[in-house]
Design a protein around this ligand. Structure first.
Ligand SMILES: [Ca+2]
Ligand SMILES: [Ca+2]
Ligand SMILES: [Ca+2]
Ligand SMILES: [Ca+2]
Length: 474
């Protein structure tokens, strides 16, 4: 026998019961009692350590037919929920200590949903859900150790999007970057960086940077070494997830910096961006008004690389695309001629273009110099086609080679000079094709002797221009 008088009863999820801190209470233990159900000050993320409590008040006057209530985390039901015996009498119903469930670190939406299938007609259909956001303790990440993660949570409808949350503490003396990308080109995840995390009721709320390029382009946020938080809280946010594939997130502070005494040139050869690593950070000390010529050469690995330079202002936090990006000269070479507008440490981010094949390591050389490129700063692409990519390896022990780029076919010469400006070896003086050139050196001087260890300069001349690069011989 089923007694049903429709329209005379109600299920209400919005009631806060005596001894409860809210209609929906997450806890990091399963020991709540009916008169004592309070939210844990800190909720433990990334472990099966959360228990849920929620209550539904059924008002009369009569029993209602079959209904059920479930808890959703970011829109996904978890656990068995609660289904009272049918018919259900007018009472308070409690789903207590359901768990433990694993919730990732960061910000998430909890919703208790009753009669979601709309099987019961009630006097009020608008109070059947209670929605609230809480914060779980972030996943702590380490310098240069990327993590592969499943798709970020549904962002939800509240002002601060739900996220998969992290904590990264960098060296206070160096610029930093956090970068992520979806592996599948159809998925689009973004990175937001926050400066706060505290307990279960706040945190991941003060956003200091947000990169949101489309598709699976690498999104990154970079910060100046000075005036930005030493510990930052990145959150991975879902924008589109038609595939819902995983993503890699990476974090690092500056691998290298050069200046202010040297003021360039800087030569970083055979650097490896490992599997799932998304970005490296460098810092260049530049004086206002100085023109720098930067070049990036990918020597191994298929994924495309690029770089971008950012202002030297302390406190600066920037998203990908808001700085000055490099220009792709070829599949493997990116260049930039940059005129510093202020004096100080400029963060430079070398990054993958996207997350496709992110599990493949990439090897690159990165150089910058005030003398390396000659041309018109206003036209970096044109000026860059005459480029000295540098000695390989550098330093040179025994034998090596020199790589440079010519804008067109023509006559060029390459020679090696000692620190005193004396020519020690004429390496080439002939016609060249356009594009990337490679001239080998056997480590000998013009008179056939091995050159002594020390600092030398290699100079390429082409038409009326010349470029020099520093060479260290061991
Ligand atoms: Ca209702
Ligand atoms: Ca209903
Ligand atoms: Ca994105
Ligand atoms: Ca490139």
């Amino acid at each position: 026998l089923q007694i049903t008088i429709e329209g005379t009863g109600n299920l209400d999820n919005t009631v806060t019961y005596p001894g409860w801190s809210a209609p929906v209470v997450p806890r990091n233990d399963g020991t709540a009692s009916l008169p004592n159900t309070v939210i844990s000050p800190t909720l433990t993320g990334n472990a099966a350590a959360t228990w849920f409590n929620w209550a539904v008040r059924q008002t009369g006057p009569v029993a209602l037919p079959t209904w059920s209530t479930v808890l959703q985390v970011d829109g996904v039901p978890v656990g068995p929920g609660l289904s009272p015996p049918t018919p259900a009498l007018p009472l308070d119903y409690y789903a207590s200590n359901q768990g433990p469930f694993l919730v990732r670190g960061g910000r998430h939406t909890l919703a208790s949903v009753t009669d979601g299938a709309a099987l019961v007609t009630e006097t009020n259909e608008l109070d059947n859900t209670h929605t609230v956001q809480h914060v779980w303790s972030p996943f702590t990440t380490a310098w240069g150790n990327p993590n592969a993660r499943m798709a970020p949570p549904d962002p939800g409808l509240l002002p601060i999007a739900n996220n998969d949350g992290f904590a990264f503490t960098r060296n206070a003396n160096y610029a930093w970057a956090v970068a992520l990308a979806a592996r599948d080109p159809a998925d689009d995840y973004d990175v937001a960086v926050f400066n706060d995390y505290s307990g279960s009721s706040a945190g991941f709320s003060n956003q200091i940077g947000f990169s949101s390029l489309p598709g699976n382009a690498v999104d990154f946020v970079v910060g100046h070494f000075s005036g930005t938080p030493v510990t930052v809280y990145p959150g991975a946010v879902r924008f589109l997830a038609p595939v819902g594939g995983d993503y890699a997130i990476d974090q690092i502070d500056a691998r290298f910096r050069n200046g202010p005494v040297l003021d360039g040139p800087a030569d970083y050869n055979a650097q490896v961006l490992g599997a799932d690593r998304m970005a490296d950070v460098y810092e260049a000390y530049m004086n206002a008004g100085s023109t720098f010529h930067l070049s990036l050469y990918r020597s191994a690995g298929a994924p495309d690389l690029a770089f971008e330079i950012f202002p030297s202002a302390p406190g600066g936090v920037y998203a990908r695309g808001s700085g000055t990006p490099s220009t792709a000269m070829s599949a493997t070479i990116d260049v930039l001629t940059y005129v510093a507008s202020a004096t100080g440490w400029h963060p430079i981010v070398i990054h993958r273009d996207n997350g496709t094949n992110a599990n493949e390591a990439v090897t690159y050389d990165f150089h910058w110099s005030k003398a390396g490129f000659v041309g018109t700063p206003a036209d970096p692409a044109a000026s860059a086609r005459f480029a000295f990519l540098g000695p390989r390896p550098n330093p040179i022990a025994g034998a090596g080679r020199f790589e440079f780029v010519l804008p067109r076919a023509g006559h060029g010469s390459l020679a090696l000079f000692d620190a005193g400006g004396r020519c020690v070896r004429r390496l080439a003086d002939r016609a060249f094709e356009a594009g990337v050139q490679d001239v080998a050196w056997d480590g000998l001087s013009d008179d056939g002797a091995r050159v002594p260890a020390g600092v030398y300069w290699a100079r390429i001349r082409f038409e009326n221009r010349s470029l020099a690069t520093r060479v260290v011989v061991l």
